[in-house]
Design a protein around this ligand. Structure first.
Ligand code: BGC
Length: 788
């Protein structure tokens, strides 16, 4: 079972940030000597097992150290090894806001969702957000934040896409690395998750992701590889699902051969909560810690060692890795946390950072920013979500935050006159719908325990939108200067989104067309605001409004952030990190995705394991590497908004694009000038097209680097450098188990989006190759999409 070392390990090791602890240290050999086999088995499986069988687990419950944290490690009190605390992530720290017999509150800041952070394309900003978030982790006595979440947006309907970053591995990997650096700068840890292929929620604990070795390497592992090498997260969380027939938490190929031997990872691996089946196999594979622990895992480990199926040395190795983790933590180092993070300062961080990830999708005739003074502007607010803003998604990615600023309050605080009649009508309507939803839920909870769990975790359905009489709209249009319609979407852990959630309801469509008709008749403008966690359908209605701003789910200060953008205090500079297709079915992965299959009342989506149901028990990734724009751009498909797209309040000119090659680094420089009238930042994207890409079955182009300007004043220019290593141009050749760069002329395309290329350069590249291990082969063959 010993992996052959084909990879230049020395190189990987040289990238590793030294994690040598300062202060108190643990004598690992001494601890190991003092532990019995049973002690060791306890130690590697967390604290969740007392009196617990496999299926009566309560996700999110943990011992008393920090209420509401997801779990703790197993304390070895007699040896002075405390339990350390692990808590979710990723939009902020998730712990209980209130504690029994305690008048104090423990709210955490709800920062913008992962997708918004990635949409900033600003690694420095993401690092700053991470710093603030990590300070809350530390000051609330938590040691490891269970974040970032970097799974690829394989399909628009994945219920957890909002936690994830992008359909592109470079964007996802670089964003994750910045986030990890920010959090860990506080001396607390992160857990990059879910490693890997957790691309659907439906039957997530059992489903088998069947993926080619090429797509595994180029698409799904790449963000993890980038983040692990760039930022060394303290921990990695394996996922629930299988990869090519083996649970990821039981895959030595994944957790040891690739993660450690090839990438040089030195930290600890933990399971996702209750993930995997065979405890001994998990330990053998290099899944150091099984969280929060199940009785059968304990038995499997102890029996495994006794029967010789599992070597005690493997168990010892995992114990040692957990000890190394504990040694670094604030809790072991005796840090006196305050329980008083600077929530006010962090509210300012989330308010400001959120503005930068908002994506301006349409802005006819400079509708935005609103040119008139706020106090002179009468705004009519439509859409229930304007009054009931969504800070983020549900499930473990939720944050117990003190408040959410709605668009209503954001605009009012900025001084706008908001139509009072509409406000009254909507607030009454929304309150009624919320009360009904609550009553429905309470009735369901009385009926079953499962429903009670669902109530805790699943999103409450959004109210059906109100439609209006034409006369009422005409009156409002005359009385207002501008209309804003907010569309809301919420999703979360356990369930995938439905097609109906991607599409607009008939009431939403009617609202847009009615409002646009009434306001345009009297020369007033209509802005549509998207308070969403993922992609929705836009092609059928985007012609109607004058402006569309995708605000994402912008955290607890959302309404203020949007008001800052609408009023022009901040200029949106976000760009899409995923393609917005015309129809949901346009994404090739939609042929192999559990469309509308998640049974609503099946919390864990266990599926009927073994019944071989397509897209539930297994999913064939037939689209192969053609995920997102790699598909749309290579196959010439129409999209509603392309990858990398986003407008600004100002305009930019690109000039003097040049390429320079030194050793194995290709550097592209380009001067970006603000040629508009307002200050703004621009994201510049570098796509590479391989020589004769059709013949080598390469995508038409792939993003290899990106950069963002500082805030440029009108007339100001900045020269950006986008660097790519030759090795980054490689494709994975599964037959040879090697990364290969074909020699030839490569096109370097400097773009404002994947479909707006401003300059094209070319460079001669020499062949390059690096062999890696032949692992994670699909068991069953299935057809994959090819361009040839
Ligand atoms: C989620 C993880 C989370 C864990 C602990 C699981 O259900 O998939 O993302 O970190 O719970 O709450």
């Amino acid at each position: 079972m010993k992996a052959k070392k084909l990879f230049p390990v020395a190189l990987a090791a040289s990238l590793v940030v030294s994690c040598a602890p300062q202060g108190r240290t643990i004598d690992q050999q001494d601890v190991l000597r003092k532990l019995s086999l049973e002690d060791k088995a306890h130690f590697v499986i967390g604290t969740g097992m007392a009196g617990m069988s496999g299926d009566n687990a309560v996700i999110g419950a943990t011992k008393a150290l920090v209420p509401g944290a997801a779990g703790t490690t197993y304390p070895l009190d007699s040896l002075g090894i405390p339990a350390i605390v692990l808590a979710d992530g990723p939009a902020g720290l998730r712990i209980d806001a209130h504690r029994k017999d305690d008048k104090a509150s423990y709210f955490c800041t709800h920062f913008p969702i992962g997708t918004l952070l990635a949409s900033t394309w600003n690694q420095q900003l993401v690092e700053e957000v991470g710093k603030a978030m990590g300070a809350e982790v530390k000051e609330y006595g938590v040691d490891v934040l269970l974040a970032p979440a970097v799974n690829i947006h394989r399909n628009p309907l994945n219920g957890r896409n909002f936690e994830y970053y992008s359909e592109d591995p470079v964007v996802a990997g670089k964003t994750a690395a910045a986030y990890i650096r920010g959090i860990q700068s506080n001396g607390v840890g992160t857990s990059i998750k879910h490693f890997a292929f957790n691309n659907q929620e439906t039957n997530r604990m059992n489903t088998d992701a069947r993926v080619s070795q090429r797509a595994i390497r180029e698409i799904y592992l790449k963000p993890f590889e980038i983040a692990v090498k760039d930022a060394q997260p303290w921990t990695v969380m394996s996922s629930y699902n299988k990869i090519n027939g083996v649970y990821t938490s039981e895959s030595k190929d994944l957790l040891t051969t690739i993660l450690r031997d090839e990438w040089g990872y030195e930290g600890t691996v933990m399971t996702d909560w209750f993930g995997g089946k065979d405890g001994a196999a998990q330990i053998w594979a290099g899944n150091d810690m099984l969280q929060p622990g199940k009785a059968e895992q304990f038995t499997s480990i102890v029996d495994g060692v006794k029967s010789g199926r599992l070597k005690e040395a493997d168990l010892d190795r995992n114990v040692a890795r957990i000890l190394s983790l504990i040694e670094k933590t604030p809790r072991y180092q005796g840090y006196k946390y305050s329980n008083k993070p600077d929530l006010k300062a962090h509210a300012a961080v989330t308010r400001q950072s959120a503005t930068e990830g908002m994506v301006l999708l349409k802005n006819e005739a400079n509708t935005l920013p609103i040119a008139t003074k706020a106090s002179d502007t009468k705004v009519a607010l439509y859409g229930c979500t304007s009054y009931d803003f969504i800070a983020g998604g549900t499930g473990s990615g939720n944050v117990n935050h003190a408040y959410v600023v709605s668009l209503l309050y954001g605009l009012k605080a900025a001084g706008y006159q908001v139509n009072a009649d509409l406000q009254q009508q909507y607030t009454r309507y929304v309150a009624q719908r919320q009360a009904e939803a609550k009553a429905k839920l309470e009735a369901a909870v009385k009926k079953s325990k499962k429903a009670a769990m669902l109530a805790m975790f699943l999103p409450t359905p959004r109210p059906v939108e109100m439609n209006f009489e034409a006369a009422q709209l005409d009156r409002q249009a005359r009385l207002s200067d501008v209309a804003v319609i907010t569309l809301g979407r919420i999703s979360g852990e356990f369930v995938d989104r439905k097609v109906a959630d991607f599409n607009l309801s008939k009431e939403e469509k009617q609202l847009i067309s009615q409002v646009c008709e009434a306001y345009h008749k009297v020369g007033k403008k209509v802005i549509v605001l998207l308070n969403v966690g993922g992609v929705i359908e836009t092609a059928s209605w985007k012609d109607m409004p004058d402006a569309i701003l995708c605000a994402w789910q912008a955290g607890q200060e959302g309404g203020n952030s949007v008001a800052d953008v609408i009023g022009g205090k901040a200029s949106p500079s976000g760009k899409l990190t995923m393609t917005w297709p015309v129809n949901f079915t346009d994404a090739y992965s939609s042929r192999n995705f559990p469309i509308d299959k998640t049974p609503d009342l099946n919390l864990t989506n266990q599926g009927k394991a073994g019944n071989g149901e397509k897209d539930v028990d297994y999913t064939n990734y037939e689209e192969d590497i053609y995920v997102g724009y790699r598909y749309f751009d290579s196959f010439g498909k129409e999209v509603s908004y392309p990858f990398g797209y986003g407008l600004s309040y100002t305009k930019f000119d690109y000039a003097d694009a040049k390429v320079d090659v030194k050793d194995d680094v290709i550097s592209v420089t380009v001067s970006v000038k603000n040629v508009g009238k307002t200050e703004g930042k621009e994201v510049v994207e570098l796509y590479v097209a391989a020589p004769d890409s059709r013949q080598c079955d390469k995508p038409a182009q792939e993003l290899k680097a990106f950069a963002k300007t500082k805030s440029l004043k009108p007339g100001e220019a900045e020269t950006l450098t986008l660097a790519v290593k030759t090795a980054d141009l490689a494709s994975f050749d599964a037959d040879a188990s090697a990364w290969k760069v074909a020699a030839g002329q490569y096109q370097l395309r400097v773009g404002a989006s994947s479909r707006d290329i401003k300059a094209t350069l070319s460079v001669e590249v020499k062949a390059w190759e690096a062999k890696v291990h032949d692992v994670l082969r699909p068991v069953e063959q299935f057809d994959v999409l090819k361009r040839m």
